[in-house]
Design a protein around this ligand. Sequence first.
Ligand SMILES: Nc1ncnc2c1ncn2[C@@H]1O[C@H](COP(=O)(O)OP(=O)(O)OP(=O)(O)O)[C@@H](O)[C@H]1O
Length: 264
Amino acid sequence: MSVPLLQAHELTVRHPNPGGTVLAADRICLSLDPGDALVLLGESGSGKTTVARAVLGLPGRSARVTGRILFDGTDLLGLDERALSRIRGRRIGYVPQDPTASLDPLRRIGPQLTELLRRHGSADGRRAARAAVPGLLESVGVPDPDRVARSFPHELSGGLRQRAAIALAISCGPELLVADEPTTALDALVQAQVLELLARLRRERGIALLLVTHDLGVARRTGGRIAVMQDGRIVETGPAERLLSAPGHPFTAALVAAQPGARR
Ligand SMILES: Nc1ncnc2c1ncn2[C@@H]1O[C@H](COP(=O)(O)OP(=O)(O)OP(=O)(O)O)[C@@H](O)[C@H]1O
């Protein structure tokens, strides 16, 4: 059996709010092996993003976090910001719902990738970094990498922008990608293509995937394991196929009944 890449033990996150505190993640335990996929599935407000942000070491300034998040054996909650930022972006990549959150609107795609490749030491010198950009864009399925490298984010379609954001996220050769609703803003065809890209990155590069979604269809197509969240808790975990075809928890059963087409 392989050693888990990511493990959460009793992860609990409280957010302050005017009426007291919100228990956004309640004693979360999860485990993800290298190259595997884990989907956090749940309705809006169930705590999925809170867990994903805690794994990124970005729980929010005022959040109170307890428990442990072990990444390759190191407890991320015990690290200072400097140590965390060495892991985040280098060993853990982040794909947001809205790619404009990771792309700088005022810079062309190429220079953004060049800078990251240099900063993370994935390419030796500016010239090598620049030369690596088209291959990186090609590896995320960009059909015309030179044109895209010369483009500003707003000049690209939503699907190409998300591919560029994924290129940024994998530019440092991460072992884990955290993707928060990465296809929600895309139409159905592009959504399927982006999910296929994430699956290919797992297969070909062995990058593990922690994906947040409210959409059963996305969870099913991502494959791997699903953890169903309700009110800050994981109520059920299991292999995607089994969990969606034979839910063990009434809440999962209700979710499946509400989106019957997503079972197939
Ligand atoms: N920074 C914050 N301050 C106060 N409350 C917060 C904060 N972030 C999240 N919450 C609350 O924590 C709970 C869980 O939110 P979270 O965003 O993790 O859920 P989610 O399942 O990702 O939902 P969504 O899909 O809508 O983002 C919600 O009640 C939310 O209002």
